[in-house]
Design a protein around this ligand. Structure first.
Ligand SMILES: [Zn+2]
Length: 381
């Protein structure tokens, strides 16, 4: 979603902070809007204090800018509130992005413990309420500066509004996450997401109608955002649900070609040309897995001897220990493991430790992609 964003040169709590282009456009716009309504705001927050000096020259815009930066910093602290609690559940935040509708914290994964998503989600609005409280105390302790009174009053109000808005029970807002997490205490996660998704769509439509009738573009934009994001959220839940049930045995190639350790290397290299596999499990005459032989190693030997593979060499000379997966292993977890391994293929074993197949990175990626297509068909169908 945020392809054109800049990353700030520092991290907060070890988390990279990114500013989306839409944020960089909306910040001066906010500053301008605040500045243009300054007299009304000053009346609201600093009545009785002389505010004539605030109206001169560039002062309104400067005050507007400080207020806008304060607002977006508040949004950032709200997101950090989520990040701190997620960390307690062992989940790291990849990055926090500020954009024109606020902030988004991207987690490595959602905390899986029961109710953990609710606690992580509610941490944001609670942070905003605490911030509002701090700004309110500061506001109460100032009595002569109209500029300070305005900024502190403005931040008290906006942080309160931020907390209330985020508590709307619509995904992907915090309130929607709380709702989903609570529903998941009773129903399976996917079912909970679908129920929360339907609630969210109703809220988005109501917000949209309200935005249209009251001609509030910002409310309309939020309604669109919720409606689109909730579809993505449900689809994501379907895909991960499908992937949770996808096992290595659903994906693997049965009865793979195998080689014996005493096969001469030049024969091994020729085998590659008509079978088109680049690696083979090596087994003994009792079908016991001994290791794995790859074309790459065979050709390396060939190159160093500047002709055909040396006739005295056999598969045993290039064989490496095989990496294995069990047929009941999760497909996605196996793909993750393969990504960090030197091997592009794992030998698949059954519970008794006998070889039943072979699985490659391509097999896994294809199956996972199909699962994704299935999910989007479900969504449109
Ligand atoms: Zn939040």
């Amino acid at each position: 979603m945020f392809r054109r964003a800049i990353t700030l040169p520092f991290k907060l709590l070890g988390i990279p902070i990114r500013l989306d282009m839409s944020f960089l456009l909306v910040l001066p716009l906010f500053a301008f809007l605040i500045a243009s309504q300054l007299p009304a705001y000053v009346n609201m927050f600093a009545s009785g204090v002389s505010a004539d000096k605030l109206q001169q020259g560039a002062t309104p815009f400067l005050i507007g800018l400080v207020a806008a930066i304060g607002l977006f910093s508040s949004v950032l602290i709200h997101e950090l509130g989520h990040a701190v609690i997620a960390r307690l559940y062992g989940v790291e935040t990849k990055e926090i992005t500020l954009w024109f509708l606020g902030g988004l914290a991207r987690f490595d994964e959602m905390p899986k413990q029961k109710g953990a998503e609710a606690i992580t989600a509610i941490a944001g609005p609670i942070t905003s309420i605490l911030l509002a409280g701090i700004f309110w105390l500061l506001y109460r302790s100032v009595n002569d500066s109209a500029a300070l009174l305005f900024i502190l009053g403005y931040l008290t109000t906006t942080n309160t509004a931020l907390a209330i808005f985020n508590l709307l029970p619509a995904l992907p807002l915090d309130g929607g996450r709380v709702l989903r997490s609570l529903l998941a205490l009773r129903w399976p996660y996917l079912k909970a997401t679908e129920i929360a998704g339907n609630v969210s769509k109703v809220i988005a439509i109501l917000l949209g109608i309200y935005g249209l009738l009251s001609t509030q573009i910002f409310v309309l934009a939020i309604a669109f955002f919720i409606y689109n994001a909730v579809s993505a959220e449900t689809q994501y839940a379907r895909v991960s649900e499908g992937l949770e049930h996808l096992k290595v045995k659903d994906v693997m190639t049965l009865e793979p070609s195998t080689v014996y350790p005493d096969m001469p290397l030049n024969q091994f290299v020729r085998l590659m040309f008509y079978k088109h596999h680049t690696g083979y499990p090596v087994i003994d005459f009792d079908n016991k897995l001994l290791g794995f032989a790859k074309l790459q190693e065979a050709t390396q030997l060939t190159e160093s001897s500047s002709e055909d593979p040396p006739s005295d060499k056999t598969v045993a000379d290039i064989m490496k220990p095989a990496e294995t997966a069990f047929e009941t292993d999760n497909a996605l977890e196996t793909l993750k493991r393969m990504a960090t391994s030197q091997m592009g293929r794992f030998v698949v074993l059954n519970n008794l430790g006998s070889m039943v197949g072979i699985v490659s990175k391509t097999d896994l990626i294809k199956a996972i992609q199909n699962q994704g297509d299935l999910a989007s068909n479900l969504k449109t169908g």
